[in-house]
Design a protein around this ligand. Structure first.
Ligand code: GSH
Length: 290
């Protein structure tokens, strides 16, 4: 970024703009290469990576399975977005927007494709009649917060996270602007959670799963190494809610699926069977290869 930049009349694509993800970002959509997606035997086929958006879905699926919904059995295939897997012809066929997560439900005829993490959470909640309140008023409150998350997190990830952690240099203006907004959002959550145990009231729901994946993890110090900068510990109600959700075994399992960074015992690159958590995390794989 140059000082005193004045935009040209017509924007043109500068391949060398720098920063994380510059190699996969393009101003055009569509496939860059022909490649079919792998398909497993379970009803649900998930194509994803354990980013906050990806982990919402694996947490939801682990919650559904723990409740006894066997039809929520899933194969989780790894999409390495840093390598451009989201631009394969197969992936673009199920999500023309080339972003993880994307899901195929093979139990319907014809198969159903679902993309956008909020839409996937709603699809699964409605399909199984779980983790979404049934009375209209509480359901509406759940959807208020689910859509709040979908609209708000781009300021956290694409705004604050990008400029604080990923941009080629630290620029004060965007960091200030997005830090202010993220702190305002944390305050919105903190005030709501003062009088509500969970986002939609008393019961844990898809709104909690969606918001926890972004803001809960931020509060727990797992995002952008920004815990001190944003003083996340000062949001006491968010802290309590985030720790409560983090303690759920289903959340702990869901966090591991399609994870390719961090501690080896937390990384389950692909999940095809519930026993994979015991036998196929990367620490076990490394031991096998020793
Ligand atoms: N609104 C979408 C956002 C999905 C999204 O941004 N996914 C990112 C990873 S968290 C991605 O796939 N990025 C790849 C790319 O931009 O090429 C959702 O919630 O599903």
């Amino acid at each position: 970024m140059t000082e005193n930049y004045s935009p040209p009349k017509v924007w043109t694509w500068d391949n060398e703009s720098g920063g994380h993800f510059a190699n996969v970002n393009r101003p055009i959509s569509g496939a860059t290469h022909e490649k079919e997606l792998s398909v497993g035997k379970h009803p649900l086929q998930l194509y994803s990576l354990a980013t906050p958006n990806g982990m919402k879905i694996t947490i939801m699926l682990e919650e559904l399975l723990a409740m006894g919904h066997d039809e929520a059995e899933y194969d989780a295939w790894l999409i390495r977005i840093g390598d451009g897997d989201q631009f394969s012809s197969g992936f673009v066929g199920i999500n023309p927007n080339s972003k993880i997560p994307a899901l195929i439900d093979q139990s319907t005829k014809p198969h159903t494709r679902v993309f956008e993490s909020g839409a996937i959470l709603m699809y699964l909640a409605e399909k199984f009649g779980a983790l979404i309140p049934t009375d209209h008023a509480t359901r509406t409150e759940c959807l208020n917060w689910l859509f709040w998350q979908m609209g708000s997190a781009p300021y956290l990830g694409g705004g604050f996270g990008h400029f604080y952690a990923y941009a080629p240099e630290k620029w004060e203006y965007p960091i200030n602007r997005f830090a202010m907004e993220v702190k305002r959002q944390l305050d919105v959550l903190d005030k709501h959670l003062e009088n509500n145990k969970m986002m939609a009231g008393k019961e844990y729901s898809i709104a909690d799963i969606a918001i926890w994946a972004w803001y809960g993890q931020l509060a727990l110090g797992r995002q952008y190494e920004a815990a001190e900068f944003l003083d996340v510990k000062s949001y006491n109600n968010v802290q309590e809610w985030a720790h409560n959700i983090d303690a759920r075994p289903e959340v702990q399992r869901g966090r591991k699926v399609n994870k390719i960074t961090g501690d080896l015992e937390m990384q389950l690159h692909e999940r095809h069977h519930s026993s994979d958590f015991e036998t196929k995390t990367q620490d076990k794989r490394h031991k096998e290869n020793e």
